[in-house]
Design a protein around this ligand. Sequence first.
Ligand SMILES: [Zn+2]
Ligand SMILES: [Zn+2]
Length: 374
Amino acid sequence: MKRRLSSLLLFTTIAASAAAYVAFRLSPTLQNAVIERGARAQVSRPDPLPPDSDSLRVLLCGTSSPMPARDAAKSCTIIAAGEQIFLIDIGPEASENLALWRVPVTRIEHVFLTHFHSDHIGELGEFNFMGWAQGRRQPLQVHGPEGVEQVVDGFNTVYALDSGYRHAHHDHGKGLMPPVAAVMQSRLIGLARTGEAPQGRSAVVFEQGGVKVTAIEVDHRPVTPAFAYRFDYRGRSVVISGDTTFYPPLVAAARGSDVLVSEAEAHHMLETVAGVIETGGDGRLAGVLRDTTDYHLTPVQAAQLANEAGVRELVFTHIAPPIPWRALPFDFIEVPWLRGVSEVRKSGVHLGHDGMLITLPADGGAVQFSRLRG
Ligand SMILES: [Zn+2]
Ligand SMILES: [Zn+2]
C-alpha cells in the first residue's frame, strides 16, 4: 500500500512537471512572467554595503591566486568605512562579483593598488567602466606605487574607443555619461622607487571622514615597490597584506589590528602539483609554479606573522592552490591547505572565500562574519 502511494506521488510529480514545462514552452506570457520574476529578484537585492557610520566592514570580492579557480575571482578586497567605500586591487573576474552582488560601485571613488601583477589589476578597466556607466560623476582615483601612472594611462588608452561609443550611444546630450568621468586619474604613492629593495617604510596616504589609510612597503621582489594597506576607522583596523614574503616591517605596521587579510600559498601542495605537471612533460610550467614559492607567504608563515603582530583575526586570501568550494562537500582540500597552521595559531583563523563579509562595529570589540550569496 505504502509503495503504491509513493509510486502514485512520483507519477503525479513527473506529470505536473511535464505539464508545467509544456505550458512554459507554449506560453510567451508565462515565459515573460518568469523573466520578470528573475529580474525583480536581482534588481531588488539589498545594497550589501549600505552607508553605516558605525562600522568598518571588509568584503572579499576575489580570493584566488593567478591559478584558475572555479569558485573565486582573483585579488579583490573592499573596505567600507563609515560612509566611504574603497577598493583594494581588482583582478580578473572580480567585477562580475560586484555586479551580481549589486555592490554600489558609484560610491567607490578611490582604488588602492598593492602592485601591478595582472591578477591584481586585470579588471581595472572593467571596474572603471561599471562605475561610470552606473552614474559615477567624477573620475576614479587610482592610488598605487611607482608605475601607477603607466598602468592607469594604459587602461585609459585601451578603453578610450569604448567610452567614446558609449557616450555617443547613451548620453543623449543630457550629460548622462560625462566623458571626463570615464578617464581614471592616477595618484602616485611615492614611498619607494622601482628597483629599490624594500626598506620598511610606511606612510599615511589618505585621510578623510575619519578614515586613515597607511601604505606599507612589503617584500614581493622582484616586484618593487609593492604595498600592503592598513585602514583605521573609529578604533577598528584592517590590514591587507598584498603579495609578500614574511616581512618584519609588516608585522610592526599590522600591530594590534583587528583583522589581517593575508595572502598565502600552500607551497607543499604546489610542489605536488608541479611534480605532476613535470611528470606530464611540461617542465617549463612546473618551473614557473616553483618560482612563485619564493615571494609568497605560506599559511603557517601568515599565521606566525599574525601572532607576532597580535592580530585578532587572520583571514586568508589569494589562496593557492585554489580550493574548489562547490565541488567538494567536506574540508577535503582545506585540511592539507591549512597543514601546520593550528600548531602555531589555535584560533582566529579563517579561510576567505568570495562573498565573505566581515563587520567590525565602531569603538567596539566584536568581529562578525557573514556571507553574501552569488
Ligand atoms: Zn604579485
Ligand atoms: Zn598576486
